[in-house]
Design a protein around this ligand. Structure first.
Ligand SMILES: [Zn+2]
Length: 287
């Protein structure tokens, strides 16, 4: 890391060569500690302090090419902000369980996605951007932690769940968020119609009466639409439905088993496509 050419002119300190570094003392201390003992790195998922703790270490791991250290930190960040839907679902289940336990403050449930996005840009960890931007897209603008007091009072009853420090976002990332939010709603609508059309086209080929099934499809789509618009702008959670849930079984007019299965499998398939499209919705694809 700090190889010096043999020379008589090397400045000494306590009889050892002295090297002057221009890094921030706090970053360098954390970096050297982690270099000699990586066990001091954070390891817990969704720790709200992770970004602050690893930022200096990651900056210097990049600069001094400490690849093993960088890999460990990127792994940790990717556990919080995964690029695979199955891991996102596991994280969501854990977050909801924590929330329902009532043992955690809202701020303790998830780290601030704005801080993660800023770190990803600064330290070249693009893999965490889609999940962090998606999570941020679920947080309302009025949940900005620097909202002026006058607005805080006005919206005190409306601000639910996690707050975020939107001031950490660059102009470029604010634009990614803005476009991504709209694109998410449009794509969700597209996939709802697609799920309906896929079921309806198989119904049309059938000789049996499927009036109930068609009505179910319309009603269920409206229900999903309303949930996205009214509650959380979170199509990934809204599209995740369980065929055997009480919600479905308690419906007054249940469709036939075949239509029900078709509709739900189409919804799930489209949910996977939806996840895969996140990088392009947030304009993260290489230009
Ligand atoms: Zn049917």
């Amino acid at each position: 890391m700090l190889a010096l050419p043999p020379s008589k002119d090397v400045e000494l300190f306590d009889n050892v060569p002295l090297v002057r570094l221009h890094d921030e003392a706090e970053h360098l201390t954390a970096f050297l500690k982690a270099l000699y003992d990586p066990r001091c790195l954070p390891w817990k998922k969704h720790d709200i302090n992770t970004v602050r703790t690893v930022e200096g270490i990651l900056l210097l791991a990049n600069k001094y090419e400490a690849d093993h250290l960088r890999e460990r930190i990127v792994d940790l960040l990717e556990r919080d902000w995964p690029s695979e839907l199955s891991f996102w679902d596991i994280n969501e289940a854990e977050r909801i369980a924590k929330e329902e336990s009532g043992e955690f403050e809202t701020e303790e449930l998830m780290p601030d996605p704005c801080a993660a996005i800023r770190l990803a840009r600064k330290c070249n960890v693009p893999s965490i951007l889609p999940a962090a931007l998606y999570h941020l897209s679920r947080i309302q603008g009025i949940s900005d932690c620097h909202l002026p007091d006058s607005l805080k009072k006005t919206f005190s009853g409306e601000i639910r769940g996690q707050t975020a420090d939107f001031s950490l976002l660059s102009t470029e990332d604010s634009r990614c968020l803005l476009v991504g939010r709209d694109a998410i709603l449009h794509l969700f609508e597209h996939y709802l119609k697609k799920a309906h059309n896929e079921v309806w086209s198989s119904i049309k080929r059938s000789v049996l009466n499927h009036d109930n099934c068609q009505r179910f499809s319309w009603r269920f789509e409206d229900k999903l639409r309303l949930e996205v618009l009214r509650y959380n702008s979170d199509p990934l959670s809204v599209m995740k439905r369980d065929l055997n849930s009480d919600e479905v079984r308690n419906l007054a007019e249940l469709p036939c088993d075949s239509c029900l299965e078709d509709f739900f499998s189409s919804l799930n398939e489209n949910r996977i496509n939806f996840w895969d499209k996140l990088p392009s919705l947030f304009m993260l694809d290489p230009q």
